[in-house]
Ligand binder design. Structure first.
Ligand SMILES: Nc1nc2c(c(=O)[nH]1)N[C@H]1C(S)=C(S)[C@@H](COP(=O)(O)OP(=O)(O)OC[C@H]3O[C@@H](n4cnc5c(=O)[nH]c(N)nc54)[C@H](O)[C@@H]3O)O[C@H]1N2
Ligand SMILES: Nc1nc2c(c(=O)[nH]1)N[C@H]1C(S)=C(S)[C@@H](COP(=O)(O)OP(=O)(O)OC[C@H]3O[C@@H](n4cnc5c(=O)[nH]c(N)nc54)[C@H](O)[C@@H]3O)O[C@H]1N2
Ligand SMILES: [Mo]
Length: 774
């Protein structure tokens, strides 16, 4: 093999701390690449500031004090991608047929820039052509009114929409008559949203940022902060410098957990020094966390027994357990009966590691547990999150300063979207309020989530798809089947800022409706409108765009929804257009429907906004028993993967699909994954060197990947480069969305319907071209 050139991509281990000058350099490169005009640079400095806009990147909360500019390389990328001066115009579509655009990579599609005009698909020319807004809404209305039942339409939401847009959207969809709300949450923190309410009565974080100042121990499960929530490193840095114990529980030793140079601190930047973040790394196998955490709980009971024997104080917060919980005795009996060998084997760690980790947990006076996609995208995710909350309950680590649960959300307003009603399984209480306030009968039957929407499309039961943001065809599992599903639709509609694959994988009729981004001035009736979002710690705050809109033809998301609703349902029962003229009217409506939003408009005028305090934070348990619940879950030994392993032997590997440093979900900003040492490449397979040798592959070799699932469907992707990596035996890692074709639609989490995109059973074979040449 010839020496790889930078054009082919190369692998070079990254030896520097996360962030620091490296990040600044890439910020500059990005601004030039996106041709962001000088005047807009100032925009970058106004993100997450009291009078600026909420960063459209991640959902990590802001520090209230506006004095320090919270620098974040990936936040800048998100803003620069929106502020780009490149444009996708009607002329662009005239020059490029849909078939030709389909040949481009996601990275190339992203590079074309911002959408400028509403477009409709012309089948004869195989091109999108401009359409005026009025005609576009009339087309949607025609389709929606022609369906046999409203349940033949599905309305997707990606978590960037504001509370105002999302609320109006769900109101429109329910007034139209369905609860078919597939959303990005279904693929993201759904296991959290379904798992936590059963144990602690609420599916949200119980901590605020201030709690980090009082925590002495922070457990971070399956979450890559340096890339996906870079501002979190600032918080962890402070904790580490105070001497807090930070533990990374992750099959990979992610760079950002090791060392971090804070761009906020000139001295670190100038002297090139850095702060060590995690003091301990535990590397479970993929989806081994359940067994690992159950092992910790069992070990804690053993340690408590020993402490009592020695006459020492109990390691269990007995007062908390007695006053606030239910089911403890049964839970402990199950732990005692659990077999250590099973726990160790299933976790992919050692007994010594479980003991050491439990020691750290037991020593912690105030513990925060954080988690991301590493816990939520497996078959046993709900069970894992429940056992984690139970472990935290054992020592009363919920509902007191410096301690609690922190699911680290993804999209910047995914949590707010759910709060205001983007939910295919709405509660009766919510529907009752909606009925009372708006005087119509909302549908009561639960709707389709993402996976069920795709199945229903394949079965011809869903015929119209509307996407409020996102990239449904690329973000979802089983790509060829999802694409077939979308192509079978009568109509697909995408409300979007930038061109993506979903616009090209369309129904018989298809619309692209271009919209304002978060960073742009949203003017209604001559008044700039603010929108509100809810971050990962349940703070609701206002955001004002500052840039001039990318095109004069754009409408805001709220305006698009209002006009779509008015065209479909008329403006008589609900005056949709009136709401869209002044967003404070929508907030008043939200206030009437949802608890916790009292004085909504007044409270967002305060810098930092207000906290939607989850009851569990005050040790109020919104469960049927009124107490926090301990739940017993067995260690499952005959999972589909274990059965497949019995069939395929140790050739079978379990694959996670994860994010590189240069992407935002399906939006590919660049081809580097700097902290993991990957440059100019995305088609890579991270594999343990022993597995590589055992399976007869060599460093740099190209392989094909086939997933195995008992449904007879062949799922296969080709030409991925082998990268030996520090990853547990039997596990491999690849990037999403390139490997989404391998994720079986029917493989979902128990109790949450999330595709198991971090435990995909696969086989590797030498890439055919190479095999032939050899
Ligand atoms: N720049 C940038 N920011 C983003 C995003 C982005 O794409 N780019 N996406 C946003 C969204 S929507 C989300 S949901 C978040 C995602 O942020 P993350 O939750 O960090 O998501 P992933 O990159 O998928 O990585 C998950 C981590 O889990 C680890 N992991 C995988 N499997 C397991 C396992 O079985 N156990 C454990 N313990 N760990 C495991 C992986 O090694 C990886 O470090 O980030 C948000 N922020
Ligand atoms: N295999 C695998 N699959 C996964 C995951 C994984 O880890 N592995 N992660 C899952 C997760 S956590 C998530 S959240 C989903 C993400 O799924 P989605 O939310 O559907 O995907 P995104 O890539 O975030 O969507 C990007 C598109 O949103 C549009 N957009 C950007 N900003 C705006 C805006 O302000 N308004 C509007 N209307 N449109 C906008 C742009 O057109 C852009 O192309 O993917 C899931 N899929
Ligand atoms: Mo997400």
């Amino acid at each position: 093999m010839s020496k790889p050139t930078p054009e082919d991509g190369y692998i070079a281990p990254y030896t520097h701390p996360a962030a620091g000058w490296g990040a600044l350099k890439y910020v500059a490169i990005n601004l030039v690449k996106e041709k962001v005009a000088g005047g807009k640079y100032v925009t970058l400095f106004r993100q997450n500031q009291p009078d600026g806009f909420d960063c459209p990147g991640c959902a990590w909360p802001d520090r209230e004090h506006g004095s320090t500019f919270e620098f974040c390389e990936n936040g800048v990328k998100a803003v620069a991608a929106e502020a780009t001066s490149k444009r996708v115009t009607p002329e662009f579509f005239a020059e490029n047929s849909v078939t030709s655009l389909l040949q481009q990579t996601d990275y190339e599609l992203e590079q074309h820039g911002r959408l400028t005009h509403p477009m409709v698909y012309d089948a004869v020319a195989d091109r999108y052509v401009a359409i005026d807004w009025y005609e576009a809404f009339a087309l949607i209305a025609r389709h929606l009114r022609a369906l046999d039942t409203p349940d033949q339409a599905a309305f997707y939401t990606s978590g960037r929409a504001s509370n105002e847009a999302a609320f109006l959207y769900q109101l429109f969809v329910r007034a139209y008559g369905t609860n078919n709300f597939p959303d990005c949450s279904n693929m993201c923190h759904e296991a959290t949203s379904r798992g936590m309410p059963v144990t602690v009565g609420v599916g949200k974080a119980t901590v605020l940022l201030d709690d980090f100042e009082h925590a002495d121990t922070i457990l971070i499960f399956g979450h890559n902060a340096a890339t996906n929530h870079p501002r979190m490193l600032g918080e962890l840095r402070e904790c580490a410098r105070r001497g807090a114990m930070i533990v990374s529980i992750n099959p990979l030793r992610e760079r950002g957990m090791e060392r971090f140079t804070s761009p906020q601190h000139a001295s670190e930047m100038i002297t090139g020094s850095s702060t060590k973040i995690a003091s301990m790394f535990v590397q479970p196998q993929l989806s081994g966390d359940f067994a690992l955490i159950k092992g910790m709980a069992k070990r804690l009971v053993e340690m408590d027994d020993a402490a009592r024997e020695r006459g020492e104080p109990s390691l269990i917060d007995e007062d908390f357990v007695r006053r606030h919980t239910h089911g403890y005795d049964v839970f402990v009996a199950d732990l005692r009966a659990e077999n250590w060998d099973d726990l160790i084997e299933q976790s992919g760690t050692t007994r010594a590691e479980i003991d050491a980790l439990t020691e750290v947990y037991a020593r912690g006076k105030n513990v925060i547990a954080c988690w991301g996609m590493g816990l939520t995208q497996h078959k046993n995710s709900v069970q894992t999150i429940q056992i984690l909350t139970n472990l935290m309950m054992m020592r009363g680590n919920i509902g007191r300063p410096g301690a609690g649960l922190l699911p680290v959300r993804g999209h910047s307003n995914v949590q707010g979207n759910r709060t205001v009603g983007i939910e295919e399984q709405p509660t009766e209480a919510f529907l009752d309020r909606l009925e009372k306030v708006f005087n119509f009968e909302p549908p009561r039957k639960h709707g389709y989530d993402v996976v069920n929407t795709i199945s229903a499309m394949l079965d011809g039961k869903v015929k119209v798809f509307v996407g409020l943001g996102g990239n449904f065809s690329a973000a979802t599992p089983d790509t060829p089947r999802t694409q077939q599903a979308l192509r079978q639709c009568d109509l697909t509609v995408h409300i979007a800022t930038k061109l993506n694959r979903s616009h090209l994988v369309h129904g018989r009729d298809a619309l692209i409706l271009p919209t304002l981004g978060r960073t742009e001035v949203d003017m209604q009736n001559g008044v700039p409108q603010g929108i509100t979002v809810e971050d990962s710690v349940c703070m609701v705050h206002v955001s004002y765009g500052m840039n001039q809109p990318a095109s004069t033809h754009l409408l805001s998301e709220t305006a698009i929804i209002a006009r779509m609703a008015a065209a479909t349902l008329g403006n008589r029962k609900i005056d949709w257009l009136w709401y869209a003229q002044d967003y404070s009217r929508i907030r008043n409506a939200i206030e009437k429907v949802l608890p916790g939003f009292e004085d909504y408009n007044a409270r967002i005028a305060v810098p930092g906004g207000f906290h939607l305090t989850p009851p569990a934070r005050d040790r109020i348990w919104d469960t049927p028993s009124g107490k926090a619940e301990f739940i017993v879950h067995p260690v499952v030994k005959d999972t589909p993967i274990q059965k497949l392993r019995a069939e395929h032997g140790d050739k079978l590997l379990v694959m996670m699909t994860t994010r590189s440093h240069d992407q935002y979900n399906t939006t590919i900003y660049g081809l580097n994954d700097r902290y993991r040492g990957v440059f100019g490449l995305r088609r890579v397979v991270f594999i343990n060197p022993s597995d590589m040798e055992r399976l007869g592959f060599r460093d740099g070799q190209h392989v094909d990947i086939t997933s195995v699932w008992a449904d007879g469907v062949t799922r296969h992707v080709e030409d991925f480069r082998i990268v030996p990596y520090d990853i547990p035996l039997g596990c491999i890692g690849t990037y999403y969305p390139e490997t989404n074709p391998l994720v079986p639609l029917e493989s979902t989490g128990d109790g949450c319907g999330t595709p198991t995109s971090k435990s995909v059973p696969v086989l590797l074979t030498a890439h055919v071209a190479e095999a032939a040449a050899a």
